[in-house]
Design a protein around this ligand. Structure first.
Ligand code: AMP
Ligand code: MG
Length: 417
């Protein structure tokens, strides 16, 4: 990929082109062992997992009843001698022979000789340890789960690439795996830039605003399965930016906000380049988020490069760029085969006139109805208006032009998590 050297006439990429460039530089992180605690939820297996046993480990009764021989009950009716009671966790001590049965509970091993279980509701215990059965003729295997029916010892039960959900946790527990090999959480450094910024705990003075992007980005990173590390606020001064950027380059991913546009103090791309970051694009044909920067930093010790995203300062730009570029990169680092983003087609539920010069990701409310997905644009005054996103659960994509969009038209929509 040719590097973009000049910021004077940078090529403005289409979104899909820019997404493809990012993906070209992302590889799943090298696998690490991880204990099977809730922290492993959502991680992706990096190796196949093989069962160490048959499941069930024995022919298992699936009902409470009597273990019988079908040959003894050709009509379904008969009286049998009860040998013993087998509850789950016990081992049968006697084989069932002609004219005999054993009381058996759900989960208990079938005794030798028996080939069916008659449910207790079709039986009556009488004198002298006899059981009277009145049922339809039993079929061999009835109410029995054969040994190894779910899995056999040596079977690959989970494949590399499987996402660990609660059901995978259960299967791993079944086969005694308490540690798994997974792609780890990417470490993501978050750096806010801007002379105007103060921390949320402070009261802004003249010309200042609170830093909302760090809170937004660290939350997005956590939600996307990354481990955020907030580096603080860098002043718009290369001497302040440089050491913080160098610190951030040690992470798998460095996210900066602000300082990437064409203003006098938009110093981020220059300082990144000085620090050794190779620029791959700077500007994408989208709204909000057009000035976005992406580069990679070849780690001195080798290994995969650090991914560097310079996000524009406005908070909605931050979120839109995160969803379109950063979240997919994090998914790929975490080993997900399909990085997304995933769009749904939705019907506009209300007329909406909108004029824009670029493909626009407009805050929207998406809902599932009996008629399928429906979406409406929520009121929004632009990239600084983060509050509008609190009324939104999606971004609807509007094409460039001066359009009177009509209810009933179909649009692509990106659901927000
Ligand atoms: P910039 O990309 O640095 O030109 O910033 C664009 C706009 O985003 C400016 O109005 C900034 O004040 C605002 N902005 C930049 N960083 C932040 C931040 N961390 N939190 C909230 N707003 C910000
Ligand atoms: Mg700035």
């Amino acid at each position: 990929m040719s590097d973009i050297v000049s910021t004077k006439s940078p090529k403005i990429l289409a979104i899909a082109e820019a997404q493809a460039i990012v993906q070209q530089y992302v590889r799943p992180l090298p696998p690490e062992p991880m204990p099977l605690s809730s922290a492993a939820l959502g991680h992706v297996l990096a190796a196949d997992v093989v069962s160490d046993l048959d499941m069930p480990p024995y022919h298992k009764s699936m009902m409470d009843g009597y273990a019988v021989r079908c040959a003894d009950l050709p009509t379904g009716k008969g009286t049998l001698q009860v040998l013993e009671e087998i509850t789950a966790g016990q081992v049968p001590s006697r084989a069932v022979e002609a004219g005999q049965a054993s009381r058996i509970m759900t989960g208990a091993p079938l005794p030798p000789g028996a080939d069916a279980v008659v449910i207790v509701e079709r039986t009556r215990l009488s004198e002298n340890n006899l059981v009277v059965i009145e049922d339809r003729p039993p079929k061999p295997g009835q109410n029995i789960l054969p040994q190894g029916a779910e899995m056999k010892c040596g079977d690959i039960v989970l494949r590399a690439g499987a996402v660990l959900r609660p059901q995978e946790f259960g299967v791993l527990a079944t086969i005694g795996r308490t540690t798994v090999l997974v792609h780890p959480s990417p470490r993501v450094a978050v750096l806010s830039t801007g002379d105007e910024l103060v921390e949320p705990s402070e009261r802004p003075q003249g010309g200042q605003i609170r830093n909302s992007n760090a809170a937004l980005l660290t939350a997005l990173v956590s939600q996307a399965g990354g481990t955020p590390r907030y580096l603080g606020i860098a002043r718009d001064d290369p001497a302040c930016l440089r050491p913080l950027i160098c610190d951030g380059l040690k992470a798998h991913v460095l996210l900066l906000s602000g300082g990437v546009s064409a203003g006098k103090l938009d110093l981020v791309p220059g300082v990144l380049r000085e620090a050794g970051v190779v620029a791959h694009f700077h500007k994408v044909e989208m709204k909000p988020g057009k000035p976005m920067f992406f580069g990679t930093y070849p780690r001195p010790g080798g290994g995969e490069p650090t991914l560097v995203f310079g996000l524009p300062g406005n908070p909605v730009s931050v979120l839109v760029c995160f969803e379109l570029f950063v979240r997919p990169a994090l998914r790929r680092l975490r080993g997900y085969a399909d990085p997304g983003p995933h769009f749904v087609s939705a019907v506009l539920s209300e007329d909406f006139a909108y004029r824009t010069d670029r493909p626009t990701y407009h805050p929207a409310f998406l809902e599932w109805t009996t008629a399928g997905w429906r979406v409406r644009a929520v009121p929004w005054i632009g990239s600084a208006d983060l509050r509008a996103l609190t009324q939104a659960n999606a971004l609807v994509v509007f094409p460039p032009g001066d359009h009177g969009h009509r209810a009933g038209q179909v649009f692509e929509v990106l659901k927000l998590e």
